[in-house]
Write a protein that binds this ligand. Structure first.
Ligand SMILES: Nc1ncnc2c1ncn2[C@@H]1O[C@H](COP(=O)(O)OP(=O)(O)O)[C@@H](O)[C@H]1O
Ligand SMILES: [Mg+2]
Length: 193
């Protein structure tokens, strides 16, 4: 299977959850010729030095994935964006260094560039990031620009609302196969025009 933009977006969103964030905001805008994504988290953040290392393709903290010597998410983001006329930006601050600690990753990809990976499975991406382990709130905002004034899709949904809707507020996560299937169906229904 080829690595899609949605695979990349999942990896970047996983970083936010792994950074200990209890609030992660994911915003995706899909147009006919470009797709953009912004991920904002209130996790542990990175110092300027850590950010410089994270954007170096040969760096990983060596703790999260013992045995793997290079980071995947951020270097792929940079390499993919820079080789396809896309855009990327990462801003980050540690607690105490800013009144709004955490990390913000923004990117945009040109879908008309033949080297841009395919977008991939958007509802699958949303489902995947909602099922990461941990107690965290996540806001997913999606907008797909229709063509010629029709077919626009737009929604904003919270992870806690989805847990509530599926009767899983107590569990606090989508942990069994049945819950994940129901979550997938719920997301598919939100994506309908
Ligand atoms: N949202 C984030 N918040 C805090 N630290 C982050 C975030 N994203 C990435 N990092 C740091 O940058 C490093 C590199 O990230 P990444 O390229 O995805 O590789 P990996 O996750 O495999 O280590 C991470 O190990 C982590 O220390
Ligand atoms: Mg990662």
């Amino acid at each position: 299977m080829h690595y899609t933009l949605c695979d990349l977006f999942s990896d970047l969103t996983q970083n936010a959850v792994e950074a200990g964030a209890d609030f992660v905001k994911v915003r995706m805008e899909a147009g006919a010729s470009a797709v953009s994504l912004a991920i904002e988290d209130n996790g542990k953040g990175m110092s300027p030095d850590e950010l410089a290392r994270a954007t170096d393709p040969f760096y990983t903290d060596g703790v999260k994935h013992p045995g793997r010597k290079i980071g995947l998410g951020i270097p792929f983001l940079i390499q993919t964006a820079e080789s396809t006329g896309g855009f990327w930006k990462i801003e980050s601050a540690k607690a105490g260094e800013s009144d709004k600690p955490g990390t913000r990753v923004e990117c945009r990809f040109d879908l008309t560039n033949i080297d841009t990976p395919p977008t991939g499975d958007v509802p699958g991406f949303f489902r995947h990031v909602l099922t990461f382990d941990g107690r965290y709130e996540m806001e997913i905002a999606y907008r797909k620009e229709g063509q010629g004034g029709s077919g626009t899709v737009e929604f904003t949904v919270l992870r806690s609302e989805l847990l509530e809707a599926l009767g899983l507020a107590e569990e606090g996560g989508f942990y069994d196969a049945n819950a994940i299937v129901l979550l997938g169906q719920f997301i598919e229904s939100l994506m309908e025009e």
